[in-house]
Design a protein around this ligand. Structure first.
Ligand code: ADP
Length: 503
């Protein structure tokens, strides 16, 4: 026996007529023999030589396909050199040269990571066959590496989001585009729980169902599609992205699900604006005129009501009767007030007016609104916490409209806390945005309700108009900003408005 190698070797392809070989041996005569045998037996190869272990390691970064190494070198054992050599040049296959044949030596050599070992008394054709197989294996590894690199490049440079989730929905792959979107890196994303880290609560059940169907293979080869928010859940002030995911099961491992995601944030915002514009133009001028027309008789009714109340005071009747009548007029007054508010808000929403562009000091504006609401808050047993920086946080926009936004969301928060609580208003500068968040300790919002709160006329309040948040969204849209609400049931709600500084 002169050659030992793993039994799987015969299936390796012969190499394709090129390759770099390093011979490491201090016996000049043997080196010459090896060189001439190989050069004549394997066309197209290049050969370099070294006489010591140190010299071999110095040459290793050249990237050899095969290193033929004497087991006994002047400064090292060839066996001990295998690992350091592979560390420097991972694709190199090592063939050990030894003076004696023993089963132990053969097993030891293969265990230490050598491809094969060759006796110094080799027969030329056996040496050539072994080196050709080693070259073939090195080439195969190189090709596989190249293929993998191309796939990786493809995943990295592509403009879509690519993720892979394991059976427990932990991330086993996240490409750069996806990682950047949620402010992390591909490496940091590895192993993190996908849902907890990046999927807003209201989107989790939809995604869970789609993943389950994908894993079951119920889609019959078709990719499941699902749309979710995609956001760093630890940074609630971050603008929200919407992503449409196409899910498919890995053909190799049932547990692994791949997701290709397309950022649909802008598309959805556009669709929404178009739908709003359409809805408003459908209601259109007629409705606006009608609203104006209703105003006049309503104002007349308010006037008449005042006169009525005054007349009641002079009415000759017992106190109980008078108070009963007064209660009724109060109810009529409240109802007219509500109609008036509805009209004002409707006109605000429907008016196609442009916005001013002036520097607005957002913390100061929020401070003013909170001053206005302070008394009403105190009356409801609500404490207001202001986390407002004195400097910076200036946005370019429409002061009055942004004030309207703040009033609407602060009033909502106050109205939510029927039994007192804490309202926390925060303003922060973040990159090119000013971010306002208003948090309350009210009952929070059910996930099903959360999806509708920005819709016109959606309200859960007895005397609500359902237009407050529609107006907020319209104004924020006009400022090219973002607004979203997050809420844990029973733990209050937080609304966040993010406006570009416009610089
Ligand atoms: P309205 O206040 O007239 O109902 P909005 O558009 O301002 O109209 O609000 C729509 C709905 O959103 C409310 O009826 C309520 O159900 C919900 N909502 C808004 N803000 C909060 C909050 N801070 N906590 C709980 N629910 C809220």
């Amino acid at each position: 026996m002169t050659v030992a190698h793993p039994s799987s070797l015969p299936s390796l392809p012969a190499h394709k007529g090129s390759g770099r070989i390093l011979i490491v041996d201090d016996n000049a005569e043997l080196v010459d023999t090896l060189r001439s045998v190989l050069a004549s037996g394997i066309p197209g190869i290049s050969i370099e030589t070294a006489t010591t272990g140190d010299a071999a390691l110095a040459l290793a970064p050249h990237g050899f396909d095969v290193a033929i190494m004497d087991v006994k070198l002047p400064d090292a054992s060839g066996v001990d050199l295998i690992q350091p050599l592979k560390a420097l040049s991972p694709l190199t296959e090592v063939v050990l040269l030894t003076g004696f044949a023993s089963v132990d030596a053969a097993i030891g050599a293969l265990r230490s990571g050598a491809f094969a070992f060759v006796l110094k008394s080799f027969r030329p054709e056996e040496l050539i066959a072994t080196i050709e197989q080693a070259l073939g294996k090195a080439q195969l590894k190189r090709e596989r590496e190249e293929l993998e690199r191309r796939y990786r490049d493809l995943v990295e440079v592509t403009d879509v989001l690519v993720i892979a989730l394991d059976n427990d929905d932990h991330v086993s792959l996240m490409n750069r585009k996806a990682a950047t979107m949620v402010g992390t890196s591909s490496d940091q994303a590895l192993g993190r729980p996908f849902f907890d880290a990046w999927i807003p609560k209201e989107d989790r059940s939809g995604l869970r169902a789609a993943l389950a169907e994908t894993r079951d293979g119920r889609g019959q080869g078709r990719a499941m599609e699902v749309e979710t928010g995609f956001v760093d859940m630890d940074t609630p002030a971050q603008p929200r992205r919407r992503v449409r995911w196409h899910l498919s099961r890995s053909p190799e491992s049932r547990a692994l699900v791949y997701g290709i995601g397309i950022d649909v944030t802008e598309r959805r915002a556009l669709e929404r604006r178009a739908a709003d514009a359409e809805a408003l133009s459908a209601m259109g001028e007629l409705a606006m005129n009608l609203a104006h027309e209703i105003r006049n008789p309503l104002n007349a009714a308010v006037l008449q009501l005042h006169l009525l109340v005054r007349g009641l005071d002079r009415l000759e009747a017992d106190d109980a009767t008078r108070e009963g009548l007064k209660d009724r007029t109060r109810i009529v007054g409240d109802e007219i007030g509500r109609l008036n508010r509805l009209l004002t808000e409707f006109l605000e929403l429907a008016r196609p007016r442009g916005i001013a562009r002036e520097p607005v000091h957002v913390p100061r504006l929020v401070d003013e609104v909170l001053d206005l609401e302070e008394e009403s808050a105190r009356g409801r047993g609500i404490r207001i916490v202001r986390d407002l920086p004195a400097d910076g946080c200036i946005a370019i926009g429409d002061r009055e409209k942004l004030k309207q936004v703040t009033i609407n969301i602060v009033v909502n928060a106050l109205e939510a806390m029927k039994h007192g609580g804490v309202l926390t208003a925060r303003v922060r500068a973040e990159a090119d945005r000013v971010v306002l968040s208003v948090e309350d300790t009210g009952p929070g919002i059910e996930p099903e309700v959360l999806a509708s709160i920005f819709d016109p006329f959606f309200t859960t309040k007895e005397a609500g108009t359902g237009l407050g948040l529609s107006i907020v969204r319209k104004i924020v849209d006009q400022h090219a900003g973002d607004v979203w609400m997050t809420s844990d049931r029973g733990q209050g709600a937080r609304i966040t408005v993010s406006i570009p500084t416009g610089r």
